[in-house]
Design a protein around this ligand. Structure first.
Ligand code: COA
Length: 372
């Protein structure tokens, strides 16, 4: 038996949710470029969960359901308040709070298709509320209730900032949500599928997925991109900073991808938003610096920017705290996790691969007094 490190190139399942073929990403066959330019995040949620675009009335129903399910159980809010707010990372808070949500859902272990669809809406809606509520609570403010007349994207910003966002801000966050929603068998989605293939419940699957997304090689990269940009400080420092990191054989966050070789098709949309928003906020240096880094890494290492690279300056321009970048990624990606969880349940088989053994040959047990 021989193994493939990191399962690179291994086709581990069949899926009708999203595809990456020749560096093009589609959700249920719809090109990501079309969706980013035209669709609302709610439409994309519907698309991922049903593999078809919603009619107007189907979309209206989903929007209403999402808004109605946004409120958190009081016990979850109380729990968020009980964390050590000066040290707890919001991604850890989100992971723990989502696990806790399962304790307050009487249907958590109910595995019928209808119950799973109801839980899907609850999880999708409440992850946004948890991220916003945690952010407000640690600022010493009360959580903000969502508004009935706002879209999912607008409500997310409204619940974070307590002010209704401007048109361009809604456009940017909606685009970011659409672009991050699903990505074939990425690490966190695979984690979710492995978990629920044991017939564990949806809350467990999503909690496991959040845990995988948290790592710096996956969703945690966007926060680290902003940390890097902040350390660089000014445009002229960008290339020397990157040169030094590359000489030390360090990885540059937001660059490279396991699947894409010629470029991540999501990056250009966020690059455009980054340009517009950084100009609007009078801080074009974040965009200019990012372009310099992107060009340099491309020239030196042949690596393209991935989705996390320009999302950093977009979120920063929207006034979002840097440690909330990955939780916001999760608020979007949960739509894809849920789609994959439902697909796994619908045609389940336990996921249990093998390992190529590299330890010692079979040997006789040594009693403790004879061991050196
Ligand atoms: N910066 C510098 N070098 C990089 C790099 C980066 N971001 N990404 C890959 N490389 C280099 C590696 O050092 C390695 O070089 P070597 O062969 O000389 O040792 C080579 O490219 C292959 O890298 P590897 O880590 O094996 O590729 P992978 O397919 O396992 O990794 C990622 C894919 C995304 C994990 C990787 O590109 C990375 O760590 N990127 C930064 C984190 C990030 O942005 N993650 C978000 C992904 S959407």
């Amino acid at each position: 038996m021989s193994s493939t490190k990191g399962l690179e190139g291994v086709v581990a399942t069949q899926s009708a949710i999203s595809s990456i073929i020749d560096d093009q990403l589609t959700y249920a066959g719809y090109r990501i470029d079309d969706l980013a330019e035209n669709s609302s995040f709610e439409e994309v949620i519907y698309l991922l969960w049903n593999q078809k675009l919603p009619t107007e009335s189907e979309l209206k129903v989903l929007k209403t359901q999402l808004r109605e399910e946004m409120a958190l159980p009081e016990a979850v809010i109380a729990h968020l308040r009980s964390y050590d707010l000066s040290t707890v990372h919001p991604m850890a808070a989100l992971r723990t709070a989502v696990s806790l949500l399962g304790l307050y859902d009487s249907e958590a272990d109910e595995m019928s298709e209808d119950a799973n669809k109801r839980k899907a809406v609850r999880l999708q809606a409440r992850m946004a509320t948890i991220v916003a509520a945690f952010s407000r609570i640690r600022e010493g403010k009360d959580p903000v209730q969502p508004k009935d007349n706002l879209s999912f994207a607008a409500n997310l910003l409204y619940m974070l900032n307590g002010e209704e966002p401007k048109g361009i801000e809604i456009e940017a966050i909606n685009k970011a949500l659409v672009l991050h929603a699903d990505h074939e068998l990425n690490a966190s989605t695979f984690t979710a599928r492995v978990c629920v293939a044991t017939l564990s419940d949806m809350y467990s699957g999503v909690t496991a997925a959040i845990s995988a997304l948290k790592g710096p090689l996956h969703g945690g990269a966007n926060e680290r991109v902003m940390k890097m940009l902040t350390e660089i400080g000014e445009e002229e420092n960008a290339v020397p900073y990157i040169q030094e990191r590359l000489e030390r054989k360090e990885k540059i966050m937001g660059m490279g991808h396991r699947v894409y070789r010629n470029g991540d098709p999501r990056a250009k949309h966020l690059k455009k938003m980054s340009k517009e928003l950084t100009e609007l906020t009078g801080q074009p240096k974040w965009y200019n610096m990012s372009v310099k880094i992107e060009e340099y890494i491309k020239k030196e290492k042949g690596l393209p920017a991935n989705v996390d690279f320009y999302s950093a300056s977009v979120y920063h321009s929207l006034g979002i705290d840097h440690d909330l970048f990955t939780p916001i990624f999760a608020v979007s990606r949960v739509s894809g996790w849920i789609a994959h969880i439902l697909e796994q349940y619908a045609n389940n088989r336990l996921i249990r691969p093998r390992a190529e053994y590299t330890g010692p040959q079979t040997q006789d047990y040594i009693s403790i007094e004879k061991r050196s």
